[in-house]
Write a protein that binds this ligand. Structure first.
Ligand code: 8ID
Ligand code: ZN
Length: 348
């Protein structure tokens, strides 16, 4: 039976204290499902949302979180293909209109009426969360709910970004921010897609993880090495075929074209506050560099990213903490101290 109250992490407005307290269990509307969230990943986006880093307002009294994996406990009267007992996930895109030109073209993240979990609607930092039935991720029952949680944002986002990079099997992808949550999964998806990886991040823990656990071929420490020179020297002087920018700092967004190969693509994914992307015009033109953004993924990208995981190809390490410990996880994230992803157990 579904309780009437549950625990959540909630804050009034940006930078207000995050309170771990009891709130009502929401009721699904006709086209919605209610998911008993078992585990939720903590994405750097959740920290940006709390801090109000971006030029897009968050809802007041927000329950954050958008990597929630759990079990469906109730469905609205119009929902046909999701059943009570199914495993399902709350992802960043909670809902979209289905009718605009972007939705019609399966570019639903670009829908102007999109609902964003843990940002414009309540997300997964609670024990029971609502998602539109058309958008909740379908999770096969044999997949562990803790390990799949980070795939619901980080995994599908980086899988999509790698596709957007237009790199081919055998080519080299530089991953900037490779030791973080998105980064660790990028290294794994890149490998599964046949790419060679140069990981860029800092510190011995992330270096060890990237090289010995995730399978990157090279590691460049941005705090010690000359990143541009080192990536070029590792790629015969030409640079990486693609660069995936995941860092939460501006500098890489201003130098990535310099270690990207001619004809290559720089894919911007990280969203540091108030940052700008820039590149010198002359080399960008005469080396035919592409600079583009990539924003989460559509429902097919989601299911494909889950398929890679289901096939045993994605094994990025994650640490489990309690839902009640969210503020401590945010602190470690802010300090850049997390190698990989934290996943919260919502029962504690
Ligand atoms: O759809 C999207 N575009 C999307 C989806 C999900 C998340 C975008 N994001 C954004 C987040 O909002 C955030 O801005 O991607 C960014 C990365 O999220 P994350 O992976 O969850 O953050 P993290 O775990 O804190 O990892 C960031 C890593 O960047 C490294 C840090 O050391 C850390 O490992 N880093 C930094 I800060 N500066 C760096 C630099 N100069 C750097 N790595 C290389 N060079
Ligand atoms: Zn995210």
């Amino acid at each position: 039976s579904i309780p009437t109250e549950q625990y959540a992490q909630i804050f009034k407005s940006n930078n207000d204290p995050i309170e771990y307290k009891k709130v009502p269990v929401p009721k699904p509307g006709p086209d919605e499902v209610l998911i008993n969230i078992k585990y939720t990943g903590v994405c750097h986006t959740d920290l940006h949302a709390w801090k109000g880093d971006w030029p897009l307002d968050t809802k007041q009294n927000l329950i954050g979180g958008h990597e929630g994996a759990g079990v469906v406990v109730a469905v609205g009267e119009l929902v046909e293909d999701v059943k009570v007992g199914d495993h399902a996930g709350i992802k960043w895109l909670n809902g979209s209109c289905g009718l605009c030109e972007f939705c019609m073209a399966s570019d639903e993240p670009l829908c102007q009426k999109a609902l964003l979990s843990g940002y414009t609607v309540d997300g997964s930092f609670q024990q029971y969360a609502i998602g539109k039935a058309t958008h909740v991720a379908r999770i096969p029952k044999e997949i562990p709910l803790d390990a799949i949680a980070p795939i619901l944002c980080a995994g599908l986002t980086v899988y999509k970004a790698l596709k957007e990079s237009n790199a081919r099997a055998g080519q080299t992808v530089a991953v900037t921010g490779a030791g973080g949550g998105l980064g660790s999964l990028t290294v794994q998806y890149a490998k599964a897609m046949g790419f060679r990886v140069i990981a860029i991040d800092t510190g011995s823990e992330k270096q060890e993880m990237c090289l010995n656990v995730l399978g990157a071929e090279e590691f460049v420490d941005f705090a010690k090495d000359d990143v541009i020179a080192k990536v070029k020297s590792l790629t015969g002087g030409l640079g990486a075929h693609a660069v995936i920018l995941l860092a939460v700092s501006e500098k890489p967004f201003q130098e990535a074209t310099e270690y990207c190969r001619s004809r290559g693509t720089v894919v911007c994914v990280g969203l540091p506050a108030k940052a700008r992307v820039s590149a010198e015009v002359f080399p960008t033109v005469v080396r035919m560099i592409t600079i583009k953004g990539s924003y989460v993924g559509n429902r097919l990208d989601t299911q494909e990213a889950i398929d890679f995981f289901a096939r045993g190809l994605i094994k990025a390490p994650f640490k489990v903490a309690k839902l009640s410990e969210l503020p401590q996880v945010f602190k470690l994230m802010e300090e850049g101290k997390i190698a990989g992803r934290y996943v919260l157990d919502t029962s504690k």
